[in-house]
Design a protein around this ligand. Structure first.
Ligand SMILES: Nc1ncnc2c1ncn2[C@@H]1O[C@H](COP(=O)(O)OP(=O)(O)OP(=O)(O)O)[C@@H](O)[C@H]1O
Length: 227
């Protein structure tokens, strides 16, 4: 059996970007890791103010940007989902999914699309923002289910979704908590009832709470931000 997926961040790691001309690149740190971090299968939320470095953090975990210092160790198959679907606007979601999946996986796509009320035959360019987001969400779920050790990195996946769909999606995440490490950037915590931890960025440092400090994760977020 494959080992359970896990994300490990080394203490002292620094995430950000480099500025300047190629022969004089200077690091600009956005997120520093003051304590070692481990994330195991479950739903992990990343909530922090605009511009604090969430996307940069996620892209570094995905291997798209090198860390400025330290290391990211992933014992998992990593899938990164940006905040917007980038695909040919003429293409239908069904064609898009057929290029990725077949057999049982394609059947799962159709089942999920049906339950989320996504028209698989409407060209992507004609779908509303929320419906385009459903394409990404379905992609993420079916990809994660294909491996027993998946790490899903999702950047604001609930943006544009109506209240009912948000409920459905967060319920689905709760049901798959035991098999997938899911790190989700979001701003609206009201729809999340069950989560395993919350990450935030306070004055350029990553903070991680594995227990709620109040009755909701929003309370925990405010506590961390004020610490
Ligand atoms: N390669 C780069 N060169 C210059 N600036 C950058 C680069 N990458 C990120 N930044 C800046 O770093 C800051 C943090 O960006 P990032 O997108 O990671 O924040 P965020 O927390 O995801 O923001 P939001 O909540 O608004 O999506 C922004 O001001 C952004 O413009």
């Amino acid at each position: 059996m494959a080992p359970a997926p896990c994300l490990h961040l080394q203490e002292g790691s620094r995430f950000g970007y480099r500025v300047g001309l190629p022969w004089n690149r200077r690091p600009h740190c956005l997120v520093e890791i003051p304590d070692p971090v481990q994330a195991h299968p479950g739903l992990h939320l990343l909530v922090a103010p605009n511009g604090s470095g969430k996307t940069t953090f996620l892209r570094t975990l995905a291997g798209l940007i090198p860390p400025l210092a330290g290391a990211v160790t992933l014992q998992a198959q990593v899938h990164y989902f940006a905040d917007e679907l980038r695909a040919d606007p003429e293409m239908k979601p069904l064609t898009f999914f057929r290029s990725w999946f077949k057999g049982d996986s394609l059947a799962s796509v159709e089942k999920l699309a049906n339950s989320l009320r996504l028209d698989l035959k409407c060209p992507i360019g004609k779908l509303s923002r929320g419906n385009r987001q459903k394409v990404l969400l379905i992609m993420a779920e079916v990809k994660a289910a294909q491996s027993s050790a998946s790490l899903l990195l999702m950047d604001e996946p609930l943006t544009g979704l109506d209240a009912e769909t948000r409920e459905q999606v967060t319920q689905l995440w709760a049901e798959t908590r035991s098999s997938t490490v899911r790190l989700v950037v979001m701003h609206e915590l009201e729809c999340v009832r069950q989560a395993d931890s919350l990450f935030t960025i306070v004055r350029g440092k990553l903070r991680h709470a594995t227990e709620r400090t109040g009755s909701t994760w929003m309370d925990t977020y405010h506590t961390l931000q004020q610490s």
